[in-house]
Design a protein around this ligand. Structure first.
Ligand code: AHR
Length: 512
């Protein structure tokens, strides 16, 4: 394929954006569909360990490289009674989950989930219910989880088989409270007051907790911007993060869909601007960072039209919900969202891919059968492994194209990373062109890559996907077009592609 278009990327290693917090590679497990039951947990599966967790899924989650995991919701948490999910399993009640119109068996709760997290080596990020519940229940859960011993609640945890406190640091103050679909949805004013009181109470137990207050469920919410301003005006001194949530889908205009990263960039910039406005008004020394704790591709339109469960006598256990099958195009957009997060590494210091297994997930499973990687698995795993150290800004010269929603958008997006300790470096690129390969010249700005290599995700069929019957149809391919003269790299990016260039050792060759 002869490229007709060219682009130029310049890396600026001398002015890093900021350190990449490992929490940027977090994910999210909600009690929703087959995420937990028949997902990570399936006691009768041939690969299940003695606690009922699937070993093949554990291996894939480890390979994905996830850091923090947000739990147990999501919309689910806004009707959740945490006490139901602890204590002897045989006496845990079954409850209706109004968010997803399902039955929650409570077979997996805090103890089981934290055991699973130990197996995969991830940090727990807990959400409290500020929908149907309030300050007292949040405090009770905190005491149960984090107090060593000596009170009814901490002793109850010990009696429940967990002598050591869970030591949970990151806590979400509810979920998507701006959304009318949320149980207990409130106005910004009402939520801001409740979140501030809850945060104050939780920090009087432990001031070192890191608290996330709910921002907007998407940048297209009618209250976006004003919601953040009002909520932070109430909570600024008490909280550490404000959340952003964003899901993207192809509504039939692929050019638009491929530009989703532009929306994410603008969303983050606006959320930061609003947080900094409140900082200025309050003459505060402190900055509030972003926890982008739900992001992904989600074919929500299909869910609303086809999958939504209804019927007052119909409450299935672990139904198949939100089981989107991701294409190559989805994975390229997904890769561009990761680039957007890395471009904001100075202020987006925590993020959770929503979600992890079966539910809008990079990992799929079949009950009694296989577990496999979706297309989106690959950009996440590669970035989690190699986007280490600091994010480095890049300037890009390339052709643009017109989109219906975002105006004129560059064909290429990119970011670079460099780790001073290991001297490893990486460059991430997307080509949004649907028709043209692009030859990209990368000026490394004095950061020469030794023995660089490149992996690309692309396919002649932009709708190719990995499925139960064809699990390895799509993966990362070595990009043999990569050339290096020690100072500059050149590479050809196929149409609709995501690429990672890595160097195990970088050498500074000149002043940038
Ligand atoms: O991730 C699926 C759902 O998306 C979550 O439960 C909710 O927070 C969001 O609307």
């Amino acid at each position: 394929m002869t490229p007709v278009l060219s682009a130029h990327v310049t890396v600026h290693p001398r002015s890093p954006i900021g350190p990449i917090n490992r929490r940027l590679f977090g994910t999210f497990v909600e009690h929703l569909g087959r995420s937990v039951y028949d997902g990570i947990y399936e006691p009768k599966h041939p690969q299940a360990d003695s606690s009922g967790f699937r070993r093949d899924v554990i291996d894939l989650v480890r390979e994905l490289g996830v850091t923090t995991i947000r739990y147990p919701g999501g919309n689910f948490v806004s009707g959740f009674r945490w006490e139901d999910s602890v204590g002897p399993r045989e006496s845990r009640p079954r409850r209706l989950d109004l968010a997803w119109h399902s039955t929650e068996t409570n077979e997996v709760g805090l103890r089981e989930f934290s055991h699973w997290l130990e197996l995969i080596g991830s940090e727990l990020m807990l959400a409290v219910n500020l929908g149907t519940r309030g300050i007292q229940e949040a405090l009770d859960l905190l005491e149960y989880a984090n107090l060593r011993s000596g009170t009814a609640l901490s002793n109850r945890r010990i009696a429940d088989g967990h002598p050591e406190p869970y030591g949970v640091t990151m806590w979400c103050l509810g979920n998507e409270m701006d959304g009318p679909w949320q149980l207990g949805h409130r106005s910004a004013e009402d939520y801001g007051k409740l979140a501030a009181q809850t945060a104050r109470a939780m920090k009087s137990f432990d001031p070192t907790l890191e608290l996330v207050v709910c921002g907007s469920s998407s940048a297209s919410m009618p209250t976006f911007g004003e919601w953040e301003r009002v909520v932070l005006s109430h909570t600024y001194d008490e909280v550490d993060y404000i959340s952003c949530h964003a899901y993207y889908e192809d509504h039939g205009d692929r050019g638009d869909f491929l530009a989703s990263g532009v929306n994410m960039d603008r969303f983050i910039d606006s959320a930061i601007a609003t947080a900094d406005h409140v900082k200025a008004v309050r003459r505060s020394e402190k900055s509030i960072n972003i926890s982008f704790d739900e992001w992904n591709i989600w074919y929500n339109e299909r869910f609303e039209r086809v999958d939504k469960i209804q019927g007052s006598q119909n409450w299935p256990i672990a139904p198949r919900l939100l089981e989107d099958v991701y294409t190559v195009t989805d994975a390229v957009v997904f890769g561009s969202l990761l680039i957007s997060l890395l471009k904001h590494a100075d202020r987006v210091t925590s993020a959770s891919l929503a979600q992890l297994v079966n539910v809008i997930a990079p990992i799929m499973t079949e009950p009694g059968g296989d577990a496999w990687r979706q297309t989106t698995f690959y950009p996440f795993a590669a970035s989690a492994a190699h986007a280490v150290g600091s994010a480095l800004p890049v300037s890009i010269e390339c052709a643009t194209y017109d989109t219906a929603t975002y105006g004129r958008v560059p064909l290429v997006d990119a970011i670079a990373t460099h780790d001073d300790t290991t001297r490893s470096a990486a460059v991430y690129l997307v080509n949004r062109s649907q028709t043209d390969p692009l030859e990209v010249t990368i000026d490394l700005g004095g950061l020469a890559f030794s023995t660089p290599s490149a992996l690309t995700l692309a396919d002649d069929d932009p709708l190719a996907a990995n499925t139960l019957t064809n699990q390895n149809r799509v993966g990362l391919q070595n990009n043999a077009s990569l050339r290096s003269d020690g100072i500059t790299l050149t590479i050809v990016l196929p149409p609709i592609s995501w690429t990672e260039i890595t160097s195990s050792r970088s050498i500074e060759t000149k002043e940038s």
